[in-house]
Design a protein around this ligand. Structure first.
Ligand code: ZN
Length: 314
């Protein structure tokens, strides 16, 4: 690859798009953000994605770089092999052939990936999991999802649905999950579940971050909700560790911004649950909300080099 080559990378979320021009060594030379405005409907969102990608390719050329590929990460169910955004609750995608649309518009090779898997690849190769080999990236935000990354490649699963960590059953008969089943991890320990549970117990509204702060200050309802959250997450992580035996668990997403307030008790609770299993390193994500965008670039670079980015080698 020539020294002036860059990849156009986009991470499309429910509220915003993180975008960058990324060099082959993973360094972003330019970043920008745009609102998704998902309420306009999926067709309008697709138009915006293509417009923004085209604008970034133009920006690259104007700055003396050569755009060589496009990588896009999207949430929901993604058919990475066919480049189709199959289904997304918060963006509204239904079977959108995003990769082919992008190839047609930009005239560049394009790669479509799942946002959490892309973030996991980036954290494993460039961020907090660097050098670990076997990494579990867990994103705890409005929902909970994970990516199991081995030697820089993320597992897709037989149906593209690996990593649905939020739907591990941790509290049978517990709060009903968005998927319809009571007691999923996501229904107990996502940022939205923390806020909901706290409002129920205290009669006071509060974001998950505020609940964490109030727990640290000793407010009883917040202490209880935070403890229940940590215990549910530790139950889920203990199951994941029994299955995957990773060296490092990287915790990202909005709830991870609580830092040591979350990670210290979570590390202790996970330790209590380990019997013969090897204790993984538990660390906060290092790339913040740019992980998905960097991961989208890595997916595009891998496709260009012919490197399989998933354990389902083509
Ligand atoms: Zn569920």
């Amino acid at each position: 690859m020539a020294s002036g080559d860059v990849v156009v990378a986009l991470d499309v979320g429910g509220t915003g798009m993180k975008c960058a021009l990324v060099r082959p060594d993973g360094v972003a030379v330019h970043t920008e953000r745009h609102p998704t405005e998902a309420a306009r409907g999926p067709a309008a969102v697709v138009d915006t994605i293509l417009d923004v990608a085209e604008g970034l390719a133009g920006k690259a050329r104007a700055d003396g770089f050569t755009p060589v590929a496009l990588g896009v990460a999207v949430p929901g169910v993604v058919d990475e092999a066919r480049g189709v955004a199959v289904w997304s609750a918060n963006v509204g995608f239904r079977d959108v052939p995003l990769r082919d649309l992008a190839v047609a518009r930009l005239g560049l090779p394009a790669t479509l990936g799942h946002d959490v898997r892309a973030g996991g690849i980036a954290e494993a190769r460039l961020g907090a999991g660097r050098g670990a080999g076997h990494v579990l990236f867990v994103a705890i935000g409005t929902g909970i999802a994970a990516a199991h990354v081995v030697d820089g490649a993320a597992s897709l699963g037989a149906h593209g649905a690996a990593g649905e960590f939020g739907h591990i059953l941790v509290r049978p008969g517990g709060p009903r999950c968005g998927c319809g089943r009571p007691g999923c991890l996501e229904a107990v320990a996502s940022a939205s579940a923390v806020a909901r549970r706290y409002a129920e117990l205290s009669g006071t509204p509060g974001t998950a971050a505020e609940v964490g702060e109030r727990a640290a200050a000793g407010e009883p309802a917040a202490v209880r909700v935070w403890r229940e959250t940590v215990e549910a997450l530790a139950d889920g992580l203990a199951t994941a560790q029994a299955l995957f035996d990773v060296a490092t668990i990287v915790v990202g997403g909005g709830l991870a911004q609580a830092g040591a307030r979350l990670l210290d008790p979570l590390r202790a609770a996970l330790h209590e649950r380990m019997t013969f299993h090897r204790q993984p390193r538990l660390v906060a994500a290092a790339l913040g909300d740019e992980a998905g965008c960097l991961g989208a670039a890595l997916l595009a670079l891998d496709a260009r080099r012919g490197v399989p980015t998933t354990m389902e080698a083509p």
